[in-house]
Write a protein that binds this ligand. Structure first.
Ligand code: SAM
Length: 252
């Protein structure tokens, strides 16, 4: 899969995109990631990418022309790619979107700065606006890295053991069960007995119950979309009730 990122701070991507799983996948040719300096598509002496906002107000707005030229050129090199503008006003990114994007031939990701980007960039040149959360960062670079990392690890072959990406948090609207490794006993905390006895049916059942318990206690909003049996729904309801009581006690 090919990613093209457009930013005025290309150096921010150096470390994260050359280390660990993403770095190795690039070396193997599973991912092609190109980071472009938006200033390459400016044609004035000072390579200006922003200007004062129409209507007044604080801060600067990123200009439409450099992004327009960038997208037009990159689309010829990355055919079939979708274009995403990172913005806190966009659709909230989630694991489902990451799965959908991972089957695309490519993504072109535009990073904003300052007060944001001229609205015509999104209107004329983007397929989607994406937010990584209900908070505001200084620029689109970290959001672009977050999105790229999530999508890239779902590209076949990028994560060594495919099974490890099948049952993880958010893939089925449940948070993942807890994990343990050696030693079996650390201070007073012992690994749950069921994980030590080698009975895989019991281990699966325990993991499923723990996933429901964790989701019900921490992110009950996710349960509405989870596929649960009748028995599991009742169990989830009990866990939610316990979490509500615990939170109530803590606040009191
Ligand atoms: N004035 C904008 C607003 O209130 O929506 C915020 C602009 S923000 C300071 C500058 C840039 O950071 C944005 O154009 C966007 O590219 C990026 N950014 C900030 N928070 C983000 C988020 N939660 N998700 C995606 N991009 C974000």
């Amino acid at each position: 899969m090919r990613f093209d990122i457009v930013t005025i701070f290309p150096a921010m991507f150096d470390g994260p995109l050359s280390s660990s799983i993403i770095g190795r996948a690039r070396e193997k040719g599973l991912l092609e990631i190109n980071v472009h300096d938006l200033r390459k598509w400016t044609y004035d002496k000072h390579h200006v990418t922003d200007d004062y906002p129409y209507g007044g107000g604080a801060g600067m707005v990123m200009k439409v022309e450099p992004f327009a030229s960038a997208v037009e050129e990159l689309k010829t090199q990355n055919p079939g790619a979708k274009v995403a503008l990172m913005t806190p006003g966009g659709k909230l990114f989630n694991q489902r979107m990451a799965q959908d994007f991972s089957s695309l031939p490519g993504l072109i990701i535009l990073c904003g700065r300052y007060e944001g980007v001229d609205e015509r960039v999104s209107g004329l040149f983007c397929d989607m606006e994406v937010s990584i959360g209900d908070y505001v960062l200084t620029g689109g670079e970290i959001p672009a890295m977050v999105m790229l990392d999530c999508v890239a690890r779902l590209v076949p072959g990028v994560v060594g053991e495919e099974a490890s990406i099948v049952h993880e948090s958010h893939s089925d609207s449940l948070l993942e069960h807890p994990h343990y490794t050696r030693p079996a006993e650390f201070r007073d905390a012992r690994v749950p007995e069921v994980l030590l006895n080698g009975d895989h049916k019991k281990i699966e059942a325990w993991r499923r119950e723990e996933a429901i318990k964790k989701t019900a206690s921490v992110r009950p909003d996710l349960l509405a979309k989870a596929v649960l049996t009748e028995k599991e729904r009742v169990m989830a309801g009990d866990f939610m009730e316990k979490a509500r009581r615990r939170d109530g006690d803590e606040r009191a």
